[in-house]
Design a protein around this ligand. Structure first.
Ligand code: NAD
Ligand code: TYD
Length: 344
């Protein structure tokens, strides 16, 4: 892998992965980050990377749904591998307005696959980043394995499931070298503050109420984003062609417990402004429990997560406390003005 086309690199996990790849991993090639810069993509996340790695990092503002533009990028940068993060990623938004989810997550993935099909001999790896939400919801017992049948419940998870199927179909039908990772809920620095953990941290710091959906007993399996990054790179390098790998943190937690934990940690340093937990109307079709069995990734590729929930949450809280300017800018959409002067 010399020239990786990395889509959605200016979002939460993409940003962390680019930073990991260039600063910490053994990757020696070039990354071409293609990002549409939706509300969730922030090019400022990688300003230092643009400066520090001028030969190895290229940013292009583009929509993966733009077939002609994508074809041009594959040719110009001699792309030999793809790491596909770009997506609409927030379940609540998909419930209110699914359109962009269908476009980006399904049609966008299809476009990238077509680009690869037209230059199949040059492509050594298409790695598709997906979610455990494609498997649906668990009861009290059991875990998602790579053999669990797909049963997505939200427009978001249904669109991700479609894209997974397309990627695998391009392998079976055309021989595209590919891997897929289905990962549990991530948290950490740079996460857009619409998702549970950053939303609760910021609301608690700012004295706003803390919204908990339904009875607060829905369970998620949390993974610190850096551990997701090491998993992705492990799979890209050593994963078996055509295979899917589940990635998880082995940390199952009820939402209400996460909220209480964040409040307790903030309270230790007198940063807790308010802990008004407010039970609010439940999300329609709210999946009850996700839990990941990542034995395959552990046994075949020797990966396991490093961060405990406690250390991960502490690091995340510190990041949001230290980066209030970032928070203000993504919330106000201020960086959208910056995008217009820099990239359009
Ligand atoms: P995010 O919403 O923070 O970032 C998505 C990025 O994709 C943004 O930079 C956005 O500008 C870009 N994008 C959106 N539409 C685009 C388009 N049409 N063309 C080009 N770029 C576009 O998402 P995230 O949380 O970083 O998630 C990244 C990937 O990981 C997604 O595929 C998501 O399904 C998957 N995933 C996320 C989690 C999680 O907990 N966040 C867990 C498992 C899997
Ligand atoms: P979220 O971060 O949106 O991730 P996902 O829906 O992909 O799992 O939500 C995590 C859990 O937290 C989910 O069960 C919904 C719940 N939740 C709340 O209780 N309150 C909130 O304000 C949000 C955003 C989520």
């Amino acid at each position: 892998m010399k020239n990786i086309l990395l889509t959605g690199g200016s979002g939460f996990i993409g940003t962390c992965f680019i930073r990991y790849l260039l600063k910490e991993s053994d990757f020696t090639g070039r990354i071409v980050n293609v990002d549409k810069l939706t509300y969730a993509g922030n090019p400022e996340n990688l300003i230092d990377i643009e400066k520090d790695f001028p030969e190895r990092y290229v940013f292009i503002k583009a929509d993966i749904c733009d077939a002609a533009k994508m074809a041009g990028i594959f040719g110009k940068y001699q792309i030999d591998s793809v790491c596909h993060f770009a997506a609409e990623s927030h379940v609540d938004r998909s419930i209110v307005k699914p359109d962009a989810f269908i476009q980006t997550n399904i049609m966008g993935t299809f476009n990238l696959l077509e680009c690869c099909r037209s230059r199949l001999k040059d492509i050594v790896r298409f790695h598709h980043i997906s979610t455990d939400e494609v498997y649906g919801s668990l009861g009290r017992e059991g875990y998602f394995t790579e053999n669990t049948p797909y049963k997505p419940n939200s427009p978001y998870s249904a669109s991700k499931a479609s894209s997974d199927h397309l990627v695998r179909a391009y392998h079976k039908t055309y021989g595209l070298p590919m891997t897929i990772s289905n990962c549990s809920n991530n948290y950490g620095p740079y996460q857009f503050p619409e998702k549970l953990i950053p939303l609760i941290i910021l609301n608690a710091l700012e004295g706003k109420s803390l919204p908990v959906y339904g009875d607060g007993l829905n369970v998620r399996d949390w993974l610190f984003v850096r551990d997701h990054c090491t998993a992705i790179w492990t799979i890209m390098k050593n994963g078996k062609n055509g295979e899917t790998y589940n990635v998880g943190g082995n940390i199952e937690m009820e939402n209400i417990k996460i909220v209480e934990m964040i409040c307790d940690i903030l309270d230790e340093t007198n940063r807790l402004n308010d802990n008004r937990i407010q039970f609010v109307k439940d999300r329609p079709g709210h999946d009850r429990r996700y839990a990941i069995d990542f034995t395959k990734l552990n046994q075949e590729l020797n990966w396991s997560p490093e961060a405990s929930l406690e250390t991960g949450i502490r690091e995340t809280i510190k990041w949001y406390v230290d980066n209030r300017r970032w928070v203000e800018r993504v919330r106000s959409g201020e960086y959208q003005t910056w995008i217009k002067t820099h990239y359009i």
